[in-house]
Design a protein around this ligand. Structure first.
Ligand code: FEO
Length: 164
């Protein structure tokens, strides 16, 4: 059974993962509308993945006799200046999520809830990958320096990335 403190902290993470999903969905929509077919496919995929992150914690809360809550989710930004800005924001956001996951693990350790610490280990590892993917996409974009023909190749290739 979860302590109230752990239950609340997990519900906050559910809300954050749901926000992450909506953030990627908003980014996918912008990229789609601007004609970046590959980037939008990649971002739609991230949306689906964030939903799995959310539902895993959601069901875990109920499995441990807590009550998973569907919260109101803040609206993510709809407009972006460029694909570059999208991946800059992605990296900043994933760093925030890593920090929140680490804080959540800290709360569980204080509460002596090692079952949840163990459950969250998957998220700790996942965040290493998510930050690294966002960073490597951003590095590639920085190399292109706005070159339109290289941007076309970038957009074509990113659609095959499935690792965030
Ligand atoms: Fe679920 Fe991208 O963190």
């Amino acid at each position: 059974m979860l302590s109230k403190t752990v239950e609340q902290a997990l519900n906050q993470q559910v809300e954050l993962e749901a926000y992450s999903a909506n953030l990627y969905l908003a980014m996918a929509s912008w990229a789609d509308k601007e004609g970046f077919a590959g980037a939008s496919e990649f971002l739609y995929e991230q949306y689906a993945e964030e939903n799995t992150h959310m539902i895993k914690i959601f069901q875990y809360i109920n499995d441990r006799e807590g009550h998973a809550i569907v919260a109101a989710i803040e609206q993510p930004p709809a407009d972006y200046k460029s694909i570059q800005e999208i991946f800059e924001k992605t990296l900043v956001h994933e760093k925030l999520i890593s920090k929140k996951i680490n804080e959540l693990v800290g709360v569980c350790m204080k509460e002596n809830d090692f079952t949840t610490v163990n459950f969250l280990q998957w998220y700790v590892n996942e965040q290493i990958e998510e930050e690294s993917t966002a960073r490597s996409i951003l590095d590639k974009l920085n190399l292109l320096e706005g070159d339109a023909s290289k941007m076309y190749l970038f957009d074509r290739d990113i659609a095959s990335l499935r690792i965030l």
